[in-house]
Ligand binder design. Structure first.
Ligand SMILES: [Fe+2]
Ligand SMILES: [Fe+2]
Length: 304
């Protein structure tokens, strides 16, 4: 049985994984994911949710999703809810509408998984008094993520409502914002926007700006837990999850890493975990243990 324990007094206990990126040419990725899923299945008490932060499948193939479905069905024994957002690899080589439907069919076949609405990837889910907002590109993109004005407007309304209701808000997307979480160093040091959301990065940041506190969780970087894993900008708290399937880069490059996050009304606490066996990362690993306060928001939106 896994030694991972979650605090019973948290509103929400989450497992965050980036980039399984299953590919027939890289069988080790599916092995990593399966081992991580078995770790989750052996939790002594189920987590509230597992969130896979994109790049589920390298080429978005049906056969790749079948492999992920097999693994996540194992993990479903240890989590009450499973959520996935799409990554650039899920969509970039495909017709948008057809791939969106394939992604929904894949999730429909996973026990305890939430299925996005027909024709788009983005949706919300309120769980244990927290607001969870899942983003996804509105058209095929090669590396970034195009978030339409409609999606950004929806996000603004959902965050404003969460703030008014005093609900902790978490936003899940594949790519981080520009120049955050160690970019560009964590993306091979290249370019001013590469490794980020891309053209919509500034617009997304503007939505967050007046609607915090927000916890923004992303994948995409394949960078092991490090000093760049958590970054703060005012009321915006950005968590970059390491890869669970793909090779991780950086000084802490062990396979099958993830983060467990416990959310309270006024704070969040996180820890890096080696999911091959469920061992918590030692505190000597930079970024492995973190906590931050969420500015208290009372019902009616008055900040305290
Ligand atoms: Fe990736
Ligand atoms: Fe990616």
């Amino acid at each position: 049985m896994s030694e991972l324990r979650f605090p019973e007094d948290a509103l929400l206990n989450l497992v965050l994984w980036g980039d399984p990126q299953i590919a027939s040419m890289h069988p080790e990725r599916e092995r990593n994911l399966e081992a991580a899923c078995r770790t989750v299945a052996s939790l002594p008490a189920p987590a509230d949710a597992l969130v896979v932060l994109g790049d589920t499948a390298e080429y978005g193939r049906a056969t790749e999703y079948a492999g992920v479905q097999r693994c996540l069905s194992i993990a479903a024994k240890g989590v009450k809810h499973i959520y996935c957002v799409p990554g650039n690899h899920d969509i970039r080589a495909r017709h948008f509408a057809g791939q969106c439907a394939r992604f929904a069919r894949f999730l429909d076949s996973v026990p305890n998984a939430a299925v996005p609405p027909r024709g788009r990837y983005w949706f919300s889910s309120d769980l244990n008094g927290c607001r969870l907002l899942f983003l996804g590109a509105d058209k095929t993109c090669f590396e970034g993520s195009y978030l339409s004005p409609t999606q950004l407007h929806w996000l603004r309304l959902k965050l404003a409502e969460a703030k008014r209701l005093g609900m902790p808000a978490l936003v899940f997307n594949h790519q981080p914002l520009k120049r955050t979480n160690g970019l560009p160093l964590t993306w091979a040091g290249a370019g001013s926007w590469r490794g980020s959301v891309g053209d919509q990065s500034d617009a997304l940041r503007a939505v967050f700006k007046n609607n915090g506190p927000v916890i923004y969780c992303t994948g995409h970087l394949h960078y092991g837990v490090s000093r760049y894993t958590v970054e703060h900008s005012g009321d915006l708290h950005m968590i970059s999850a390491p890869a669970v399937g793909c090779q991780n880069h950086g000084p802490n490059d062990a396979p099958a890493q993830g983060i467990v996050l416990s959310v309270y009304k006024d704070r969040a606490e996180g820890r890096g975990v080696y999911f091959l066996n469920g061992a918590p990362m030692p505190e000597s690993v930079p970024g492995a243990v973190f906590s931050f306060r969420l500015k208290a928001v009372t019902v009616g939106g008055q900040e305290t």
